[in-house]
Ligand binder design. Structure first.
Ligand code: MLT
Length: 213
């Protein structure tokens, strides 16, 4: 498998749910573990470290400047990450249909790229401070996919308008999108995590074991 990563099994095997945790710029495979545990104590956690280095800081794809992405690399890395999820499902013996991505900032952007380029790999995604990673060559079919986009009203890195375009793009592809705005900047707040917990519980659908709060 092509990523340095951590996998933490669920208390119950096989896991009812798996959270794919995707850190922001400068993070690593450890950063999102406490958040994942808090969001869903019954889930298995799969947490890769981004394969691209920017001045020593791990990321999930290259950028040319802040908010300006190297589109070729976005495409390559989105496929790499999608393949990693499939390989991890085989290795750790979980159902790939049960994977929910939880991404922050650059991690949210790569999750959005996987949604747009590899529909079917992620059935649900929580995107904190996400923006449009690229415009796909053809619209994907995202019917049955659920997405929460949680944006910061005063985010200096992700303009609200850009997060809104991502929501529209995903909705036009058939995804069920909940978009919310937090009274915050780029950093995560309690409001973000509380909203994500509720959304995860409500969007479980046919899934599985109750999620203790
Ligand atoms: C990105 O590069 O993906 C976004 O600008 C967010 C960030 O990582 O700062």
């Amino acid at each position: 498998m092509d990523y340095t990563h951590r996998f933490i099994p669920a208390p119950q095997s096989p896991p009812a749910r798996v959270l794919l945790l995707l850190h922001g710029t400068g993070g690593n495979e450890d950063d999102m573990i406490p958040l994942g545990r808090d969001l869903d104590p019954a889930a298995a956690l799969l947490s890769p470290r981004g394969n691209v280095l920017e001045n020593g800081m791990p990321r999930f794809f290259r950028r040319l400047a802040e908010g300006v992405f190297d589109e070729e690399d976005v495409i390559r890395r989105a496929h790499e990450l999608a393949d990693f999820v499939t390989a991890a499902a085989a290795q750790y013996q979980f159902d790939p249909q049960r994977v929910t991505a939880v991404g922050y900032s650059n991690g949210a952007n790569v999750a959005a790229a996987v949604l747009l380029l590899r529909p079917g790999v992620l059935s649900r995604a929580v995107l904190f401070r996400a923006m449009v990673p690229l415009v796909p060559p053809s619209p994907p079919d995202l019917a049955g996919t659920r997405v929460l986009i949680s944006s910061g009203k005063y985010d200096p890195i992700v303009p609200l308008e850009n997060a809104g375009r991502l929501a529209t793009m995903l909705r036009q592809s058939g995804a069920d999108v909940t978009a919310r705005v937090e009274d915050a900047g780029h950093e995560l707040t309690h409001g973000d995590t509380a909203a994500a917990k509720n959304w995860l519980r409500e969007s479980q659908g046919d899934a599985r074991t109750p999620n203790p709060v």
